[in-house]
Write a protein of this length. Sequence first.
Length: 350
Amino acid sequence: MPTSVLIGAGLCDSVGLIADGRFSGGTHGTVVGQVAAEDSTRGAITSIKGTDLIMIDANARLLQLNVADEELARCREVWQTTHSIETIGVSASLLVDTAAPIDISFAAKGLIVPAVYRVQVKKTGSIWRKRPKARAQIIRRVCKALEVEYGRPRLGNPTKPLDDLIFILISNRTSPQLAEQTYQRLRKKFPKWENILESPPSKLREVLKPAGLSRKKSHQIRSLLGKVRRDFGKCNLDVLARWQDEEIHEYLTALAGVSDKVAKCVMLYTLSSDVLPVDVHVYRVSKRLGWTARNRAAHAHEELEALISPSRRFAFHVDCIAHGRSVCRSKPDCYRCHIRKDCEYFKTAR
Ligand code: SF4
């Protein structure tokens, strides 16, 4: 149920929503999500009856079922599941075998459920057919060779979250050189991001013009700056460094023009998050290596995160971009490539 239904009916002050699934940044009112896991683990939610009182205290992060402990115990004894969390729609996405578990702790009176579930990853790459030890060796070898070749280039990405976010939006569908030049010009023209909001939109469009899509990018940048200033009182996102990864991702993807990939890039480059954004270069190199067979980069994030340990993700991401720009381009130059011995594309193309 979209929360707009509650808001539209004027019920936001009197009705809270407890549901399976996740909520986006467009959510309003009091909501608690991802409760199917609680159900599957025989949590307090399985004991709720029609007239029971439930207290939601967002500040204390508490979801409390006001039922006596004895009653809870009695209900749990007779309760039988009708499904397993592995097999039901949204909840199945909370299961996993990756190295990065998602913590969806859910507390209720009498039963604190510190549940840690893992997301089920579909293994499409041919590398999964290798034994775990051989697979780990290949990944280590490839990551090391790429790092020796390219180091860990920051690729011009700024170190502060809001600066980086704007830099990445400017980089959309333009060359790295043009993106960097345009970003530098933008910083010169508007020393503070607030200056953009105080100037007519045409001035921003003029600066963005050489990088292309100036109308769209100018709209996205003005819109997200406006929201950031409304939310935090200033155009600055440094506060995100104190947030959990899930919260950061949810906030960023609710901003204008910010996709899953863009949010993960900001998190990786500026907030030391253990994510692995998959852009066109990371996708092309990974697919040719045989590490994923997904048809779209946007669908390969989880599979590659399952393969590559958190400590290697930053280097792998930036090195793949460097490799994809210089050697493993659309038409690859395989005989110049240092990782060809581990590349499925090279083995089959010979
Ligand atoms: S061997 Fe060729 S296809 Fe494989 S990663 Fe290297 S350049 Fe790309």
